[in-house]
Design a protein around this ligand. Structure first.
Ligand code: PLP
Length: 448
């Protein structure tokens, strides 16, 4: 056991130190990979030291999202206290359905959810931890649907068309979820955005009026708080005026942007949040918490239980429901995803979060300035968060991203903005240095 632990510790240390590694990224094709690291399973086992050796090789070739050459996703880097808690989480291996099985972890989860609700202007609110923002959005859509059609949960559809609304810049999970919910992918109305990529409220109103006239039942409007490509925020207060007028559930999808609530400037983007019914907030994105760590928060503390609650006498034994989150969660057995967020919050406090986000925003501003100062590059628009979308004259962004990856220079993605394929740089790792951004831009310009 000692030997195993010291080997594991060594691998973990290499990984943590590797976050400062500036060496090129190593990438093998799937064919090369299986040649170098045998991955197949067979009838005979292998001794533990060989298992560890194989694991070390797998780790070596796994993309390092903490690398200063990683700009590809809405997450990067790893908050230290969270990383430590995550390791213990796996070893503890409790399931988060009951206090009986998870003990203090349930109180920790309640503390985290309560704190997030207060930050989100839901002072009496509550929530659940879910495996990702897509699932948080799914639960929000269920809540909205059940508010619009209270008999739906028990009896199923009464045959009327059920509609959802999200801007064209919104996340694809909304459409996917409508397919899962059985309300129909085609019944998600893609609402036009303005010239910055924010939901156009007049178009929203028009779409809802038309659907009502035609006998449909609007179930929820999803306002995106931090759009996936541009990082923009829908005008929540104006959207809330429309949803209030028609008594429709208002969900704020802050999977990405929710973290901005912890920054004095970022918070301003959430004007009107107290009027929303629910909020998705992924701590595994901009907060640097290892995946998964995602919350669905609601203003009404009871609504999730009312819409999803079930009982099982073999499982929920003793203790009040508050201490048995399994009575209201999406899952039965459930991984503990909140211990790591609690550890990070304990470590940073609200002030530490604000500082961390400040660093991310500073890096975004630095990158934007750098693009402005280079005649061959141009911004699609001034960034409001950590997403910087830009083009380079003479380079196709998609091909350039592949070339950067193949050369081991950087992992960076591309997205489509106003029908143009552009680079999407995300400065979500606060450990990045300005010089590392310079290195990226130099590598891009070398492709010309
Ligand atoms: C706005 C938005 N909502 C939801 C999601 C889905 O989050 P997850 O990947 O945690 O399912 C994303 C992911 O990028 C997102 O950008």
């Amino acid at each position: 056991m000692d030997k195993m632990l010291s080997e594991l510790f060594e691998i973990a240390q290499e990984l943590l130190d590797g976050s400062q590694d500036t060496g090129r990224l190593e990438r093998l094709t799937p064919g090369e990979l299986v040649q170098r690291v045998p991955l197949g399973l067979g009838p005979k086992g292998v001794p533990m030291d060989q298992v560890l050796d194989r694991m070390r090789q797998v780790v070596r070739y796994t993309p390092k999202t903490s690398s200063p050459r990683f700009f590809n996703q809405l997450f990067a880097g790893c908050q230290q206290a969270a990383a430590a808690a995550e390791m213990l989480t796996g070893l503890l291996n409790v399931s988060m359905y009951t206090y009986k099985v998870a003990g203090p972890m349930i109180l920790i989860e309640n503390e985290v959810l309560g704190r997030m609700c207060r930050v989100a202007s839901f002072p009496d609110g509550f929530g659940i931890a879910v495996p990702g923002g897509s699932m948080a959005n799914l639960v929000a859509m269920v809540l909205g649907r059940n508010k619009a059609l209270p008999n739906m949960r028990a009896e199923g559809s009464d045959g009327r068309r059920m509609t959802f609304y999200v801007s064209k810049e919104g996340h694809y999970s909304i459409v996917k979820n409508a397919g899962i919910l059985g309300t129909g992918r085609d019944n998600v109305r893609p609402i036009d955005s303005d010239d910055r990529g924010r939901m156009c409220v007049r178009a929203l109103q028009a779409a809802i009026s038309k659907d009502i006239e035609e006998g449909a039942v609007p179930c929820a409007v999803v306002a995106t708080m931090g759009t996936t490509v541009l990082g923009e925020f829908d005008p929540l207060r104006e959207v809330a005026e429309v949803t209030r007028r028609h008594n429709i559930w208002l969900h704020a999808d802050g999977a990405y942007g929710g973290t901005m609530l912890l920054h004095p400037e970022g918070r301003k983007k959430f004007d009107g949040l107290e009027l929303a019914d629910s909020l998705t907030w992924d701590a595994h994105k901009a907060m640097g918490i290892p995946l998964m760590c995602s919350m669905l928060l609601t203003r009404d503390p009871h609504v999730i239980r009312e819409c999803m609650g079930e009982t099982a006498d073999y499982l929920f034994q003793g203790d009040e429901d508050l201490l048995n989150p399994g009575t209201r969660s999406l899952q039965c057995g459930r991984r503990n995803d909140t211990f790591k967020l609690w550890a990070a919050w304990l470590n940073l406090g609200d002030e530490g979060w604000a500082e961390r986000i400040g660093k991310q925003l500073h890096l975004a501003a630095y990158a934007a300035d750098r693009i402005r100062s280079e005649p061959r590059m141009s911004l699609c628009q001034d960034p409001v968060s950590t997403n910087i979308c830009f083009r380079v004259d003479g380079l196709a962004a998609d091909e350039a991203c592949t070339a950067l990856q193949e050369a081991g220079e950087a992992l960076i993605g591309h997205g489509t903005v106003r029908e143009e394929v552009v680079f999407r740089l995300v400065t979500v790792n606060p450990e990045l240095l300005e010089t590392q951004l310079d290195t990226l831009f130099e590598a891009i310009l070398r492709l010309l």
